[in-house]
Ligand binder design. Structure first.
Ligand SMILES: [Fe+2]
Length: 193
């Protein structure tokens, strides 16, 4: 198992008995990975993004245990040190730990987003929270217009919540066939029928 997957298993253990929070970070990790790849983040940025997505809500449990609340402020206060402790134990490099610590400590702050890893993490968290918090469409639309910056994130939010913006044309099947024929002609490929 690679180090990211060990962190994944460790976060499942951390939230043992709490499937809601486990499934939350699983989804945020999956959307982060997808958006990050599509937006061309390099290997190091992807590594940081994946680690940050897995641990981003680590402060919720600690906040609940310590103060009986888990708002953004408590998370940003308690999350970074917990993330550092877990990642140090698993042997992550210092530069990775310190950026993840920063992202965990800022993921509820939406101004001054200072990198694609940060932007993608925020978008992935919103994609999941819109659904899990059962927000109405108007709220989602207004929020998404402010938050989403990447083309991939914008596409996913539209596909998932506003499919009417992607209605297929009446002739989509014929169009696709015509595109294929044009391509074959362009390439000079002969297909025997
Ligand atoms: Fe989250």
């Amino acid at each position: 198992m690679n180090r990211i997957d060990r962190l994944y298993m460790e976060m499942i253990r951390f939230y043992q008995g709490d499937p809601r929070h486990i499934q939350h970070f699983v989804k945020v990790h999956s959307f982060s990975r997808l958006i990050g790849q599509a937006e061309g983040l390099d290997e190091e940025q992807m590594y940081i993004l994946e680690a940050a997505a897995l641990v981003h809500d680590i402060g919720i449990k600690i906040g609940m245990e310590k103060y009986g609340r888990s708002d953004g402020k408590v998370q940003e206060l308690e999350g970074p040190a917990a993330a550092r402790e877990m990642m140090t134990r698993l042997g992550f490099r210092e530069n990775v730990i310190s950026r993840v610590e920063y992202l965990v400590g800022h993921h509820h702050t939406y101004k001054d987003i200072d990198g694609l890893d940060y932007q993608v993490l925020v978008e992935a968290d919103f994609l999941v929270n819109y659904f899990e918090d059962d927000l109405d469409k108007e709220h989602i639309r207004k929020s998404a217009e402010k938050i989403f910056k990447t083309e991939t994130g914008k596409k996913i939010v539209k596909e998932m919540f506003f499919p009417e913006t992607f209605q297929k044309s009446e002739t989509w099947a014929q169009d696709a066939l015509q595109d294929l024929e044009d391509f074959i002609e362009e390439q000079g490929i002969y297909i025997r029928q």
